[in-house]
Design a protein around this ligand. Sequence first.
Ligand code: ATP
Ligand code: MG
Length: 462
Amino acid sequence: MKTRMKFDVDTTRTSRARAALATPVALSIVAFALAAAVVLAVLAANGAVRANITRAATVALIAAVCASAAVAVIVCMSVRMSAAARSTADSTTEARRGEARMMGIIRSSMEAIITIDEAQNIVIFNPTAERIFGVTAAQALGTPLSRFIPQRFREIHARHVAQFGVTGISERQMGRQPVLFGLRANGEEFPLEASISQIREDSGKLYTVMLRDVTERVKSENALTESREELRRLSANLQHVREEEKTRIARELHDDLGQQLTALKMDLSALEHRLTQGASAREPLDPAVAGQLRGMFRMIDSTVASLRRIAADLRPVMLDDLGIVPAIEWLANDFTDRYGIAVERNIAAGDAEFTKDAATALFRIVQEALTNVARHADATAVELALHATSEHYVLRIADNGRGAEYHANANAGGDKSFGLIGVRERAYMLGGAVQIDTAQGEGFALTITFPLQAVQQEHTHP
Ligand SMILES: Nc1ncnc2c1ncn2[C@@H]1O[C@H](COP(=O)(O)OP(=O)(O)OP(=O)(O)O)[C@@H](O)[C@H]1O
Ligand SMILES: [Mg+2]
């Protein structure tokens, strides 16, 4: 399109130049022909070829040639001058048209466009800028740009523009910068996104700022962040309530039911003792009763074992009584006992004491990771490591199983998988981060990094 337009303009210019040349040439030929015709007519009219007349005719012919040449030159010059004047007028019209087009674009832009000079005074202020800032162009033109910038940002903004003038580099490009703030005429601050460009003119540099009012976008982003935070708080609270509930049930199973079963076993022992004592060589204890007693003992023992297992599954007592490291050891042993998969442990937690929340989070994360290995991995070995760096605790559970196609942002298990989401939430609550390394056939490794100060118990010195 551009090439085509340029071609059209060039063709028009060439034909105009040709026309400008053709006119004086044609005029001079006509003038010369007229002069020659007049002289020949005079000679023919006289009919005599006398010498003096011949000389006079020659002089007249030369005079006619000179006159026609002079006429041609004058005509040519005047034609050229008028062509030049016309072409100057043409290019002025073209420049005006271009300027009008440019102003039309600036005026109709959905973005506010403000151009300032080197002294940072406004020289262009488009209608969108009028609408955003609440002043007319007439009120804005010639005034300093700083009136539209909140006081606390004025200095840094002026420095930024000056630096941009020198280096030509601006880190402010729309969509790739932190939100800036503008100031409306009514004193209201609003968030905006802006980019800046510069051109050099005879009178100095001009800077053009294109900006967009992003109040609505920022509002909805804030609302989204807030609702996410709210969901996180709700989920954290639910987790907390669930943990409390599990702890309470585990304790009651262990202490209350466990003790009652122990008492039952003691009563049964006493009964057995009495029955055995009451029996004599003549009347021995009925073997059926003795068998029943042994059966009851076995049943009580297995009920106590089930009770312990259920209570420990809910929440191992050692997590609260002994701390996270023995609890993790217990989890690993239990996992090997249940599934026959070896767990290589490398736990070097130092002498750190974890907060109750941190210990619970670590325990649940290890529990979920091991359950996943049992459910999905088809692995033969697991590595479980916990160690401290100068600033973090790093927990890593890796298996040598089938791995998975896992994308950090997707929920690999679909809508019904919450295990890894829970892991992420628990890590997030402690300011930690989760990393998953896996690929088909290459095992699955879950690494969680917690900041030290978020998980360590604070000691109050006496
Ligand atoms: N160790 C692993 N080896 C292979 N794939 C795994 C492993 N751990 C997780 N995955 C994959 O990641 C998906 C998501 O795991 P996640 O724990 O979130 O859900 P889930 O175990 O399927 O269900 P649940 O909500 O009961 O935990 C799993 O469905 C599985 O495809
Ligand atoms: Mg799971």
